[in-house]
Design a protein around this ligand. Structure first.
Ligand code: NAG
Ligand code: NAG
Ligand code: NAG
Ligand code: NAG
Ligand code: NAG
Ligand code: CU
Length: 577
């Protein structure tokens, strides 16, 4: 028998589905054709910088910042009307998309009070039928900030259920404090902050809630003499968006299984490529070395970057850590939320222009090929005059603790599943066949290392991100007779009972040299078992964490395709003593 609640829910779903249908056809007429936007007309923007430390009598001291989230309009391209966005900044006037770059110093605390000034309604459609933050009074956009790559206490990690609405009016079940404490005691490197609210991560990021965060350690990095300073050391924050002709961000409001999830779609792709808040920008550069910290802030798009004129990438770091030595490549594949930290030497260019391009199919690796719009990223115009270059790329960078297999405390199997409807359309994804709410099964001991065998039983490449722990990729082995193994797993959900050893003995994929260091995200190849060593301690020293990692609400690990993370490729990590 149908209860009243069930009937109301069905009615609600029907309305949403109808609304979706109407707005889809309405939107289709008004979708912006990306070829209408001329490429390389806007200058590359440098995001404003906020110093995360004070200087008192020449010595650095802790600093407290207040950073707000505002609704405002943002100009993505000369010929596109201004776009309503959600932006981070210290005021509505100064807020930008992406947000300001926070520059922190190793060992100096940065405190940030993240303030939500967002209106009561979201600018994008979202779906109440996936596990999601729901303010009881139905007003306000839930937000919570995660510092990606940060090694911080659980209460400042931005747990998905620690969300809050404007004025801290309503709060999620694990909310505990207004001011987050980033102790910056980890290795120097590239981090980024972004929204992480339960079930809303994909729309909150799409709306603009992303920004870069750097931890610098001058005594360690200075001697390397890598390109430095505002002109030569820059961030490129890359993402894809689709727009309507009125300038607003377009996201399909009809799900791929509208009777199950009225709005949720398994992956968001846009046709306009945005770098630092401008569509296909251009930058005039001098004939010398530059350092670019490239952050892929797309929801689902992978990028395989290359230069049309053959310029090379000299990788000096990945994610949040330096490499032991530089690695030169002529292309670089970046999954969502991965970071490439590269030096480009424009003195090597034989031409006066270089286009940074992308040729990764989408979804990666089995989807559509790129075309004229989404195959180009930005243009560099290289000055003719040769220059004396004092920057270097030394043969040795920074060497951290190597992964130590003899100290592994635990081996785990992590299986990625995708579930489909009768129509064979994805409905949701789980890790280990478990919803997010199920009690933590990954319970590493602080200070130890673990081996995680990540088994991708889906057709997609899932960039897996672990909070707190850093990992190195040991190997990737193809599953043979994978259908048989998958059949067993779908019944037993237990890699050992399903005799993983019998299947994980196919081809091996080599880990690219520039990705052999310590990482916090890595691409889990479909049909392969990716073996990683996860370290739940610092990598730059043997001291234990400068906070207690064992307290609530703990940490999480998840797929960084945001549409997957939201529905719900995310599991808790409970660190124990
Ligand atoms: C929106 O999604 C629905 C359902 O998957 C699809 O039929 C429709 O073509 C999509 N609209 C656009 C503009 O892509
Ligand atoms: C960017 O990140 C998204 C999602 O995290 C991923 O799907 C995409 O492949 C990445 N693109 C690049 C260029 O790395
Ligand atoms: C590229 O492909 C997308 C569909 O994925 C389409 O919307 C867009 O118009 C295409 N751009 C060009 C220049 O062909
Ligand atoms: C940590 O300790 C190990 C063994 O005790 C030593 O080999 C390693 O060099 C130390 N690492 C650091 C960064 O001090
Ligand atoms: C074990 C398994 O199901 N593997 C799948 C991984 O992804 C590929 C596509 O890239 C599928 O063909 C496999 O079935
Ligand atoms: Cu995924």
């Amino acid at each position: 028998m149908f209860s009243m609640g069930r009937i109301i829910l069905l009615f609600h779903l029907l309305c949403l589905a109808l609304l979706g249908e109407i707005s889809t056809s309405w939107a289709e007429d008004r979708l912006l054709n990306p070829s209408k936007l001329e490429m390389f007309v806007d200058e590359l923007l440098d995001m404003p910088k906020i110093q995360g430390f004070d200087v008192v009598n020449t010595s650095p001291k802790a600093k407290s910042l207040t950073i707000g989230m505002f609704k405002k309009k943002w100009k993505f391209h000369r010929d596109l009307p201004s776009t309503p966005v959600f932006a981070y900044g210290d005021s509505m006037r100064t807020a930008t998309v992406p947000g300001p770059i926070i520059e922190a110093l190793h060992g100096i605390d940065t405190y940030v009070t993240w303030q939500n000034y967002l209106p009561s309604k979201h600018i994008l459609p979202w779906d109440p039928t996936i596990p999601t933050a729901k303010p009881a009074n139905k007003k306000g956009v839930p937000t919570v900030v995660h510092l990606h790559g940060g090694i911080n206490e659980p209460a400042s990690d931005g747990n998905s259920n620690s969300w809050f609405t404007a004025g801290f009016e309503e709060k999620g079940s694990t909310w505990s404090k207004r001011t987050y404490h980033y102790n910056n005691n980890q290795q120097p490197g590239n981090l980024w902050y972004h929204d992480h609210a339960m079930g809303l991560t994909r729309v909150n990021l799409l709306a603009g809630l992303i920004g870069a965060y750097v931890i610098r350690q001058p005594d360690v990095e200075g001697p390397l003499q890598l390109p430095y300073g505002d002109e030569f050391d820059r961030h490129l924050i890359v993402f894809d968006r689709s727009f309507l002709t009125d300038g607003s961000i377009y996201m399909n409001s009809t799900g791929n299984n509208p009777s199950i999830h009225p709005q949720w779609q398994p992956e968001y792709f846009g046709d306009v490529i945005i770098v630092n808040g401008k569509a296909w920008p251009k930058l005039v550069v001098r004939r010398r070395k530059y350092r670019f910290r490239i952050i892929n802030a797309s929801n689902a798009r992978f990028f395989r970057f290359f230069f049309t004129n053959g310029l090379e990438f000299i990788h000096v770091a990945s994610d949040s850590t330096y490499l032991g030595k530089p690695v030169v490549t002529d292309e670089t594949l970046l999954a969502p939320s991965e970071i490439a930290d590269v030096v480009i030497d424009f003195s090597k260019s034989k031409t006066n222009e270089a286009i940074l391009a992308n040729d990764a199919s989408y979804p990666y690796p089995s989807g559509d090929p790129v075309n004229e719009s989404n195959g180009k990223i930005m243009k560099f115009i290289i000055k003719k005059k040769p220059e004396i270059d004092t920057w270097q790329v030394p043969n040795k960078l920074i060497k951290y603790t190597s992964p130590d297999l003899s100290s592994v405390a635990q081996t785990r199997y992590i299986a990625m599943y995708e579930y489909t409807s009768d129509m064979d359309e994805p409905t949701h994804l789980y890790i280990n066949g478990k919803p997010y709410e199920a009690p933590a099964t990954e319970t590493p001991k602080a200070g130890t290392s673990e081996i995680w065998n990540v088994i991708n039983l889906t057709e997609d490449n899932h960039p897996m991100h672990i909070h707190l722990g850093l990992f190195t990729v040991l190997d990737q082995t193809e599953l043979v007779n994978e259908e048989e193994f998958k059949g067993c797993m779908s019944k037993k959900n237990d890699a050992i009972k399903c005799q993983i050893g019998k299947y994980a003995r196919g081809k091996k994929i080599k880990v690219p040299a520039h990705e052999k260091g310590w990482k916090n995200v890595y691409k889990m190849t479909p049909g392969y078992v990716t073996k990683i060593l996860v370290r739940f301690s610092y990598i730059h020293s043997n001291t234990s964490y400068s906070f207690d990692p064992t307290v609530l609400p703990g940490y999480v690990y998840h797929c960084h395709i945001l549409d997957h993370e939201d529905n719900v490729m995310m599991r808790p990590i409970k660190v124990i003593k």
